[in-house]
Design a protein around this ligand. Sequence first.
Ligand SMILES: C[S@@+](CC[C@H](N)C(=O)[O-])C[C@H]1O[C@@H](n2cnc3c(N)ncnc32)[C@H](O)[C@@H]1O
Ligand code: SF4
Length: 503
Amino acid sequence: MKTLAENTLNINPRLLAPHAPPPAFNPPRMNRKALIEEAKSRVADFHRVSKLGLLKTDGEFYPSVHYPPITMYPPMTDDELLEGYTLPSDGALDVYAHIPFCNSHCVFCHYPVKTGLQIEEKNRYLGAFEKEMDIWCNRLGVDRIKARSILVGGGTPTFLTVDQLERFFDIFCERVDLSICRQFNYDVDPNTLIGPEGAKRLQIMRDHGVDRLTLGIQSLNPMVLKKMGRHHGREESLEAIRDTLAAGFQVNIEFIFGHPGQTIDNWLDVIEEACQLGVHEIQQYRLKIEAYGDHQAAVKNMVEIKPEQAPSNEEQFIMKQASILMLKHYGYTENLRRVFSRVRGDYSVYAHNQCCVQFDQIGIGLTAFSSLRDRFALPTQNFEEYYAMIESGHLPINRGYRRTAEDQARWAIILPIKNRDVRPSNFRRLTGVGLDEVFKAKIAALQEHGIVTFTDRALGVTPLGAFFADEVAQQFHHPDFIPYPRSCYAEGPLNPYLNNEVF
Ligand SMILES: C[S@@+](CC[C@H](N)C(=O)[O-])C[C@H]1O[C@@H](n2cnc3c(N)ncnc32)[C@H](O)[C@@H]1O
Ligand code: SF4
């Protein structure tokens, strides 16, 4: 018999089926000293590839997320975004929805969010969000948006009252066709999932087809959590992880390394504990101190005032390599970049579709970008401007870029090489040209220095290339979009400004 959700919402039944936990794996504990010694080899790699010009000489990094980087877009309107656009042949899109509210602003966070309870503001936002969805349906010529996958992010999209969360799903599911949706992911924080209210939120999400949760845990060390300005403690995190696994979600937990207060040892304690929690996925981000969007996080000030509290770049390389080895020991291997799972198929379908296959996707809400074939658009980051644009009947887009054929070839390499590998057939679908016809000198140089591999199956990265994946992706940037000036890189054969022609 069909459930209520299947009957009324026509949700793909696979979203409603509970996820089994990943296979248990309890190896003996690792010898910490030997692990750290092994991880130190990455410091030597850093010095070597830095001399070749691959990395910024001081080891600072710039996350390669979009191409071109989002701060570099000129103005764009919704008419320009949608001019001549037709839906993909199956009519499906990956859908992102953004809820920009949080309890308080975390020290490391570069995202523009409103903090505090903000009950009225959230109601206002949900009203505008509903209208924006109607504008999208109208502009795309559909009654409902057919979702290939869904990600709801923020902010903290569960930092809504239970009634508001219900309202969000009413608005969203009325306008989104979930019948073929492969995965419905919701980003959550531990505090909003525990206790009786948390149980209600988990039930509401399950009833509407949410099948994967991403929990921002960041650390399990109480002192580090305090320094990060997180509003949850270690116990709340552990309770939320237990509850979400018990409720049948695919559970992904996220951590940051390189933050003030962290040491190689206390970071490895956290990862070792994380490996024993029985979650499906563990994700680790290296702390980015400089803003890569429009808002600068407080952590920059913290590091400037007390630099001795932050791990050095060399220590961060050791932290990253040691945790990769530790994750592997506990059965977690990297599937999409920086996402580690025991089962190969446990990852974010939305991220995979965005970064590896590069399907069309739309973003709804403040700051939620859209990527449609050869164009990319960003909405305003300002709440009042967001409300005003929607009231005037427009999508809240104010910046964007329509890629030339050359940009498209760069984009079709940069995102997949950063996140997994570039498949020749996909590259041809996106660009109309063969992968073996582009960047010949660049690829040869990267191959010669053991950074990439190139076979009939894929242009991929070696383990060394995977470790420095952001910088490998930036090798394919146009000189105008390379994150740092030429003088920041050594004049070696892998200086990103060399061999930069596409054809
Ligand atoms: C889109 S953010 C939203 C996270 C969610 N609101 C939370 O804090 O739990 C997704 C992830 O990016 C990572 N992240 C956020 N700010 C970062 C920074 N400055 N440097 C590195 N990683 C960061 C965190 O691990 C975070 O969980
Ligand atoms: S890190 Fe997450 S919870 Fe913290 S302020 Fe940023 S978006 Fe909100």
